[in-house]
Design a protein around this ligand. Structure first.
Ligand code: NAD
Length: 261
């Protein structure tokens, strides 16, 4: 994409934001790659190294070996480190301060929207949040930091200190249902918005990927900021094949100019 195209498309997106009453962002793993967290499906992404079939909820609860893989290969590693929000997360938080954010619907579990300053009640986490861990038997909660410390000191498969039950991060695994109330709220917000902006998602994971379709069906404009094609590209009024951080910073700066802030 050349600079003039980028300039025109960021300008168009800023205008759409300024002229919309309800702006919803829908974010996926691609918004956090610039924070150092690999996505799932890009070249070099997690599923080039690991087999998704090993990481289902059913295997997690029934096989110790699967739990070991989860803790040692996923949660004990990069994802659990102290990743920081990047300019794309901060740009969305800035739009909230400008009164231009209805909510962020995210597939991410990394807590970076909240860390960037988007109020918790405006972040709808479809797949949960990995900052906390719960015992499946007695319900005791732990912070991921507590469990990470135990992994660092050599535990391979952490278990509940109270009852010895299985500990699971508070995220939605493959084969597990999405939290019903969050999905209901996200569906309603998608149907009611004027503008839905997708950032960093292949839009390949359902039911989350239905949400942009609901928005378009209800008459909203769709903007997609993503490095690779998605099945919804033809529905987008603006398609930005560009990196989330610099693109969102440019868009938010233009919004600030337009609203005189
Ligand atoms: P995905 O891995 O399927 O797709 C990511 C998309 O983002 C790709 O199309 C890629 O081209 C694009 N992308 C990568 N870097 C980008 C950048 N800097 N700017 C713009 N686009 C960029 O991700 P998905 O659709 O979110 O599905 C993966 C599932 O895995 C989600 O359900 C999510 O819960 C989970 N996941 C979460 C995290 C996280 O919390 N950070 C990380 C990996 C996976």
């Amino acid at each position: 994409m050349d600079n003039q195209d980028l300039e025109d498309l960021t300008e168009r997106t800023a205008e759409l934001i300024v002229n919309s009453a309800k702006v919803v962002f829908f974010t996926g793993a691609g918004i956090s790659t610039e924070s150092g967290i690999p996505d799932f499906r890009s070249p070099g992404g997690i599923w080039e190294r690991l087999d998704p079939a090993d990481f289902t909820y059913q295997k997690f609860v029934s096989h110790r070996e699967s739990r070991r893989k989860h803790w040692q290969l996923l949660w004990g590693g990069r994802m659990a480190e102290d990743a920081k929000p990047n300019p794309a997360h901060f740009a969305i938080a800035e739009l909230d301060r400008l009164g231009k954010l209805d909510c962020v619907i995210t597939q991410n579990i990394d807590n970076l929207h909240r860390q960037a300053g988007v109020p918790a009640d405006k972040v709808l986490e479809l797949h949960g949040n990995m900052q906390s861990v719960s015992c499946l038997k007695c319900g005791r909660h732990y912070s991921m930091m507590q469990i990470k410390a135990r992994l660092d000191s050599g535990e391979e498969i952490p278990e509940c200190e109270t009852c010895g039950g299985i500990l699971k991060p508070d995220i939605v695994m493959f084969g597990e249902a999405l939290p019903e109330a969050v999905l209901r709220e996200a569906t309603a917000r998608s149907r009611e918005c004027d503008l839905l902006i997708v950032i960093g998602s292949t839009l390949a994971v359902y039911p989350a990927a239905y949400l942009p379709a609901y928005a378009v069906e209800a008459g909203a404009s769709l903007v997609i900021i993503n490095l690779s094609p998605t099945p919804f590209d033809r529905d987008a009024v603006v398609l930005l094949r560009a990196k989330a951080g610099e693109t969102m910073s440019a868009i938010t700066e233009k919004v600030m100019e337009k609203v005189g802030s």
